[in-house]
Each structure stands twice: as C-alpha cells, then as structure tokens.
Design a protein around this ligand. Structure first.
Ligand code: CMP
Length: 142
C-alpha cells in the first residue's frame, strides 16, 4: 500500500478535554507522522466552506456551529495507507457504534461532538489539506 497523506482535525470537544496528546500518541504509535499542524478557530463561514460537501444534509447547521465553537487542531498525517488507517483509529462516526479502543469510543460524546475528523478519500484529503495548509507548511518525513 502506498504512502498517503490525510487531514486530521481534533475537534473542539477533544481540545477542550485536553486530550490532544493522547490522540497524537495513537497516530504515532500506529505509524502515522504529523507533517503539518495548526491550531485555529474557524469562523462560521469557514466552517461552512470546509463542510460544503454536507450542505444538503439536515445536520449541516449544527455541524458547522459545533466545529466553529472553539479551537481545533488541524494536522496532516503521513504514512502507509494513511487515509484508511486514520479512519480505523478514529472509529465509527457515531461513538455509540465505535469499536472499543478507538479514539471516538474513548473520547467522543455524541455524533456531533465526536472528537476527530478524518478525510474519507484521496480526493477529499487533497482538498481538505489545501483548505488548511500551503505546501510550505508541510514537512514530509519520507
Ligand atoms: P466528520 O467526520 O467530521 O464528518 C461530518 C460530520 O457530521 C461527522 O463527523 C459528524 O460529527 C457530523 N454528523 C452529525 N450528524 C451526522 C449523521 N447523521 N451522519 C453523519 N455525520 C453526522
């Protein structure tokens, strides 16, 4: 499997619980490297643009309000099979369905306050990385 890059966001709930270190530890222990990182509080408008793919979904408004409710840590993760591996480490979107030992099983409270976001495809990873980072911000370990 090829080396890939993916966007990870530690959401306002997990930043507020002070579990950034625990989440990054899981990435690093599973072979993912943080090659860019930035803490930012998104405006409502920026949140709407980031989640534009969900604009027609009934939960879009709440989703945007939540991601803009506090600071988030946006990161680029790099490693073998990074997109699927990150999603495996995160667990299911709804923490009630997340497998034991995953980030969401351990740190998420609800489907909105679900601790982390991760890109779901190579195409979306490229778009989401470009939303937060320029090439100059990204430092590959390969
Ligand atoms: P995330 O991985 O950030 O991608 C979109 C987010 O929408 C998702 O995590 C959830 O936090 C949120 N969301 C809220 N309701 C739903 C739903 N019914 N299905 C999928 N995602 C939802």
């Amino acid at each position: 499997m090829a080396v890939q890059r993916t966007l990870s966001i530690i959401k306002p709930d997990a930043v507020g619980k002070n579990v950034i270190g625990d989440i990054i530890r899981r990435f690093e222990e599973n072979g993912l490297a943080v090659i860019a990182a930035r803490m930012v509080r998104l405006s409502k408008r920026e949140a709407g643009a980031f989640y534009a793919v969900h604009a027609e979904r009934p939960f879009y408004g709440e989703l945007c309000d939540f991601i803009a409710s506090g600071p988030v840590l946006a990161m680029v993760l790099e490693g073998q099979n990074a997109i699927a591996l990150n999603r495996q480490l995160m667990g299911a979107t709804n923490p009630k369905e997340a497998e034991a030992g995953t980030i969401r099983a351990d740190h998420a409270d609800s489907i909105d306050a679900n601790a982390v976001h991760g890109s779901d495809s190579a195409e979306n990873a490229a778009k989401e990385i470009a939303f937060f980072f320029s090439d100059l911000d990204i430092h590959s370990r390969r």
